[in-house]
Ligand binder design. Structure first.
Ligand code: AVJ
Length: 327
């Protein structure tokens, strides 16, 4: 039976959105070359990310799913009845399945930048949960969120798992939460996974898995530039690097040029020195108290927080308050 997904393609008309070409070129012209982590998630990148989540060294997924599965009754109580769950960066929509049996929600909205991946995942979801009204919006959740008009928005609960919030600079994370405060009606909830500060060895192992999947994920960006921007480069002349920057509290992912070389992207040439890097991702880590303080400033009160025994990962349930502390 065909299950209907209400689909909204918000990509081309997102206001203020710039093209991938423009953004990539701007990053390549900078003294420290960089690219937004969102460009890691084309179809292949999204698939590789799902594989990363299965690597033994990549603890966040395993621990977060353990917490969600164990605490689902408490979560259901906090979410309450007839809410709409809005997942930001829904990817394979796998984690939400841990909740759906127990949550008494009526509808689900998955938002993701990877269009075909989103469509396929939400179609499967609608098939497996016929009682659930499934909506899918292809959008960049870093841009201002636009809620579909026919969505039941009386009670909205945001679901932002995986510590994706860590991809923002702290100021950007603060602004992002502020934006959610503006979008969500009062009393809304936010269920959010946040990776915690911990020892270097555990962190660096998670981003340098022995099977080399994270390396492939990182290098896929170069293949994507070849495929989509007509880049002239050899991915074999770059290598994957992920290090914990303790001062800034973040894992940094880079593509290291293994030799002096010139690449061209969209007709423009870029010189790399040997060892020079293209910075592809930051993944900020927080303390429980540090994250709660940030949430409070954005107008979200902590209702519950769960961690694993080793305090590797945290899941927070926040409630949108009437006012922000420093609007
Ligand atoms: C996008 C934040 C969920 O930083 O851990 C995993 C992406 N990058 N391995 C993270 C990622 C390399 C991930 N998140």
């Amino acid at each position: 039976m065909a299950s209907a997904v209400h689909f909204y393609d918000q990509q081309p008309i997102a206001s203020g959105a710039r093209s991938m070409r423009e953004e990539i070129l701007e990053g390549l012209r900078a003294p420290q070359k960089y690219s937004s982590p969102k460009y890691l998630y084309d179809q292949r990148g999204s698939e590789l990310f799902e594989l990363i989540c299965q690597q033994p060294e990549y603890y966040p997924t395993r621990i977060e799913e353990g917490i969600l599965a164990t605490m689902v009754d408490e979560i259901a109580n906090l979410v309450g009845q007839n809410a709409t769950l809005m997942e930001l960066g829904s990817g394979a929509s796998r984690k939400v399945r841990l909740l759906l049996e127990c949550l008494q929600i009526t509808s689900y909205l998955g938002i993701d930048i990877s269009r075909d991946f989103l469509l396929e995942s939400t179609r499967k979801l609608a098939e497996d949960y016929p009682w659930l009204e499934v909506h899918a919006a292809c959008a960049d959740f870093c841009q201002r969120l636009r809620l579909p008009r026919n969505l039941n928005c009386e009670r909205l609960v945001g679901f932002f798992p995986g510590s994706s919030i860590g991809n923002f600079e702290p100021s950007g994370a603060q602004a992002f939460l502020g934006g959610l405060h503006r979008t969500l009606p009062k009393g809304s909830g936010l269920l959010i996974g946040v990776d915690l500060l911990k020892d270097r060895a555990t962190l660096e192992a998670a981003y340098n898995d022995a099977a080399g999947v994270t390396a492939q994920f990182n290098l896929n960006l170069l293949h994507r530039l070849e495929r989509e921007l007509g880049a002239n480069l050899d991915p074999d002349r770059f290598s994957h690097k992920a290090v914990f920057n303790e001062e800034l509290g973040r894992i940094e992912m880079h593509l290291v040029s293994t030799m002096a070389q010139v690449i061209s992207v969209a007709g423009e040439s870029f010189r790399f020195r040997a060892g020079e890097t293209l910075h592809t991702e930051n993944s900020y880590k927080y303390s429980v108290a540090g994250f709660q303080a940030m949430a409070r400033r954005a107008g979200f009160a902590s209702r519950a927080v769960w961690t694993d025994r080793q305090q590797h990962f945290s899941v927070h349930y926040l409630e949108r308050q009437g006012r922000r502390l420093n609007p």
